[in-house]
Design a protein around this ligand. Structure first.
Ligand SMILES: C[C@](O)(C(=O)O)[C@H](CC(=O)O)C(=O)O
Ligand SMILES: [Mg+2]
Length: 294
């Protein structure tokens, strides 16, 4: 509840909210510790972690479980990728209820056809605007918490062009979307044009190796963007370090040279709140247990 209100207030504040993508609950702890505004939960990351491509193979249950796992260890609002909503409009309604129950603050649905693919790849296609309008309407009418944020993503920019993507976004706002996620815009000016046209907060996806340049937060803020996600960034950083680390262990016969770059045991325990658990445990065992008399 509080996180949803915080997200709504943040989106209305005129500030740019920064949401790195957490690839584990522990990563979400670190994102909170470093002072970010919220946590993004990426579909691409969830699929990748299971050794799968991001083509709609993951299920609502897996996504909702991940939403719950991450939301339950952070006080920050979480914003989750609901892909195409996992089926027909009726399924979209159930998706929203599941994500609400998982404790996430909001989600985005996209207008791609199934099977969907990464928004920064070529060869994707979108459904008719009316079909996506039905998805958004189903989502908006299903939600039980009016503060749950429903984002509509349009993948139309790289297929139908900017004007068509804006027309779609406006229809999605009319259908009840609180936020627009224009996928794969190419310039900061395009974000500015989008924001001016749609009249609701706009999300920028700063994913690497995609179609958008990696614009700075200040540039996005100046363009009127309300929220920026770094969906796969932390996973890519970790995987890069792991690959280099594995090679070094294989070559050197020890991981010793890697130790200075590792998070220490003490720091890990701090993030895990070890001390609090120990205190709790000590208190429990300090209780005077009444002796039973026979
Ligand atoms: C934002 C995104 O939907 C995701 O699942 O994180 C992906 C990110 C990516 O594949 O880089 C996307 O389609 O942009
Ligand atoms: Mg995705």
């Amino acid at each position: 509840m509080e996180q949803r209100i915080a997200l709504r207030e943040g989106l209305a504040s005129g500030r740019l909210l920064r949401f790195p993508g957490a690839f584990t609950p522990l990563t979400a702890r670190l994102i909170e510790d470093r002072g970010f505004d919220g946590v993004y939960i990426s579909g691409a990351v969830l699929a990748a972690e299971r050794g799968l491509p991001d083509i709609g193979l993951t299920t609502l249950t897996e996504v909702a479980d991940r939403g719950r796992d991450i939301s339950s260890v952070t006080n920050l609002p979480t914003f989750i990728d609901a892909d195409t909503g996992f089926g027909e409009p009726m399924n979209v309604a159930r998706t929203i209820l599941s994500l609400e129950a998982a404790g996430v603050a909001g989600c985005h649905l996209e207008d791609q056809v199934n099977p969907k693919r990464c928004g920064h790849l070529d060869g994707k296609s979108v459904v008719e605007p009316a079909e996506m309008v039905r998805r958004v309407r189903a989502a908006a009418s299903a939600r039980t918490d009016p503060n749950f944020v429903i984002g509509a993503r349009t993948d139309a920019r790289s297929i139908e062009g900017l004007d068509a993507a804006i027309e779609r976004a406006k229809a999605y706002v009319d259908a009840g979307a609180d936020l627009i996620f224009p996928e794969a815009l190419e310039t900061v000016q395009e974000f500015e044009t989008f924001r001016a046209a749609v009249g609701v907060p706009v999300l920028a996806n700063m994913t690497e190796f995609g179609k958008s340049e990696l614009f700075r937060a200040s540039e996005l803020a100046d363009a009127g963007v309300s929220i920026v996600i770094y969906p796969v960034t932390l996973l890519r950083i970790a995987m890069g370090a792991i690959e280099r680390g594995l090679d070094l262990i294989a070559d050197d016969g020890t991981q010793a040279k890697l130790v200075p770059d590792m998070q220490t045991r003490a720091r890990l325990y701090e993030l895990l709140k070890y001390a609090e658990y120990s205190r709790f445990d000590a208190d429990i065992f300090n209780f005077d247990i009444p002796q039973e008399h026979s």
